[in-house]
Design a protein around this ligand. Structure first.
Ligand code: ADP
Ligand code: MG
Length: 255
């Protein structure tokens, strides 16, 4: 079966010369729930931007369901969706318009857009708000709408870049439920987070990234066994370091 994502020897050097990814390889199987874990600045968003066409790899390859993200970017971009860390809704559009416009970018027919909009607003408990402008939504509703928008064109791989950073506990649990459901319905998921608890709860496969390199990857039992530790947090501390963990917690507290 074709992998949902195949990244080979990916290098990303930014204009100033800084190398944010130093030859990263990883694979996500179709249907997998994959967690990319690492401290702030590790290179998670850079990798996501290379996968979704927002940044151009310096070298190496990225394939989404077999489609090269640079040479067959149209097919690659149709197969993938990104729910970005920063909520970037157009505050002047209604919820319905937000989803409809996004479907339009992907060439969905009007009838299909209408049907999919209704379906997603229902799935994310937003139907009552469909004619409201997005500026009037609560933070939690905005998060849900961002997810619904990402799913509009029925991507086979959904990438979530720190979807629960700065989100309160109750909403976090609710988002987890939505994301788990999407995965159980067949969508492959790549989640970046620095909440180990979140990864432990949701992910089948994990990779640790630090300083632009993959430090380890595997299932949670594989990782704990390999490093002779009891929990995912212990494995993370072993590989990424205690200092890094406390640093990301401090930064999160300040955000
Ligand atoms: P993460 O998402 O894991 O927090 P990023 O991928 O955002 O990490 O950043 C990785 C590194 O690349 C950081 O050191 C960051 O400062 C740097 N970086 C990110 N974007 C740019 C850019 N546009 N130009 C130069 N350096 C960047
Ligand atoms: Mg990031």
């Amino acid at each position: 079966m074709t992998a949902a994502l195949e990244v080979r020897d990916l290098v990303k050097r930014y204009a100033g010369g800084f190398e944010a990814l130093k030859g990263v390889s990883l694979e996500i199987g179709a249907g997998e729930f994959f967690g990319l874990l690492g401290p702030n600045g590790a290179g998670k968003s850079t990798m996501i931007h290379c996968i979704t066409g927002l940044a151009r790899p310096t070298s190496g390859t990225v394939k989404v369901f077999g489609n090269d993200a640079v040479h067959h970017y149209r097919q690659a971009r149709e197969a993938v969706a990104l729910a970005p860390q920063e909520i970037n809704l157009d505050i002047f559009l209604t919820l319905e318009e937000t989803l409809d416009l996004h479907g339009g970018y992907f060439g969905m027919s009007r009838a299909d857009r209408r049907e999919r909009t209704t379906e997603l607003l229902e799935a994310f408990s937003l139907t009552e708000k469909r004619h409201e402008r997005t500026r009037n939504l609560s933070g939690g509703m905005k998060r849900r709408l961002t997810l619904a928008r990402a799913l509009m064109h029925r991507p086979r791989l959904l990438i979530l870049d720190e979807p629960t950073a700065g989100v309160d506990i109750e909403l976090r649990l609710e988002l987890w439920q939505y994301i788990e459901r999407i995965n159980s319905e067949g969508t492959s998921i790549m989640l970046t987070t620095h909440y180990l608890e979140e990864a432990e709860q949701l992910c089948d496969h994990i990779a640790f990234i630090n300083h632009g390199q993959i430090a380890a990857h595997g299932t949670i039992p594989e990782l704990t066994e390999r490093y002779g530790v009891a929990t995912l947090e212990d494995a993370y501390l072993e590989l990424v370091g205690r200092q890094e963990l406390s640093r990301s917690h401090i930064q999160e507290g300040a955000a």
